[in-house]
Design a protein around this ligand. Sequence first.
Ligand code: PMP
Length: 483
Amino acid sequence: SLEQMPKGDTMRLRKRHIGESCKLFYRADPLKIVRAEGQYMFDEKNNRYLDCINNVAHVGHCHPDVVKAGSDQLALLNTNNRFLHDNLVVCAKKLSGLMPEPLSVCFLVNSGSEANDLAMRLARAHTKNHDVITLDHAYHGHLTTLIDISPYKFNHPGGSGKPEWVHVAPCPDVYRGKFRDVDYPNQDLGKKYADEVKNICKKAREDGRSICAFIAESLQSCGGQIITPPNYFRNVYKYVREAGGVCIADEVQVGFGRVGKAWWAFQLQGDDVIPDIVTVGKPMGNGYPVAAVITTPEIARSFRNTGMEYFNTYGGNPVSCAIANAVIDVLEKEKLRDHATRVGNHLLNLARQLATKHILIGDVRGVGLFVGIELVKDRESRTPATAEAQHIITRMKEEFILISSDGPDRNVLKLKPPMVFTHEDAEHVIKILDEVLTEVEDEPPRKINTNSPERRKLEDGYMSCNEKKIRIDDQQKEIISKS
Ligand code: PMP
């Protein structure tokens, strides 16, 4: 048996000894996963689940090359980066090689949060400014500094609102954001959304404030699988630089080839779009904690010139680097970027066909294996179908498919599977989604919601919070949408 105790005991021990702020997926009936392989996860009863959410298990769960690289190095040496080690410099060389010039200096850290926190320190050292522009609904990590720049956290239960030095720009969502494609036909919405950042810079200056940095995911996943409109970053970067700030691309979720045609999602906006600082994490270690900040020699020099040493006990240790190097090698050897493009296109095409059949699907968008299916109650008003999305996620799990939802209204079905996801997997997900959508359409959502006390609570909470349709239960949202 792969269990040390029955599931009920695991749940009891967890409740007693693990902080209750750490939430489970599928709280009403959590999964106990005991092993995984490729795009599949197995529970204690050996049920096999198709994993459509685990962007961390990038080259597939427990990829043998990655496991071997890590375990071989663990048996040989693991220590801090104050000693010379080839794995560290090889890793930095590989990362730099995947970035456009002049991004060539790396800092190795242990998590996406550490990477973003360090990115802010670099930006402050370089610009000597303090204020940060962030996107609405963004999430950049769990550290104190990052909660401060994450509307996804500071605007929700337990948050203390927006700090004075933070400026929130609208999320460039052309489907349900401030500027919608239907309202501005044939207009450059990328430019229009970028003008919002320009106005923020102008207003900050008038108020006597100085911009230090603009930070954004290159494709906003926490905002609801948003495909950044063309010309957005090109313009934003220009305005932010003119205002004296630097531009940080958070590639923690969307980097390392997930988008297929490029290694980094910011590259989708054009070869001339180059951030000053890039943060990477999650997929980098295929589940092992390793992350990095990549910046320019000039910014790294400003940081050095502060005189303060940067030391990180585990950052860039030989095991983390062996693993990161193996992940990059597998991506190249197995041509997983091309694979992501092919399978992603197939998945998008199938999802678009499904949209012709199911009125609940308002929008299908994606690039590579980063896909969002936005559910709406009404295609005209684009009212979010939140309860339906939550119901679908639960039903998919009962059919052994793990998907999640995201976006401020949790109505965007989110697919970001391991890169080894196949054509057949895509077909299977769409087939089951088709069946589940039919069920939902046959049964009015109200009725669905009264079927289960858990879901009823969810729906009721949602209704009572009618004003801005703020999610009822942020924690539930968090567990559903985070990996
Ligand atoms: N940035 C983004 C865009 C993320 O999605 C996350 C994690 N969900 C982080 C940063 C933080 O990464 P970590 O959890 O590894 O600290």
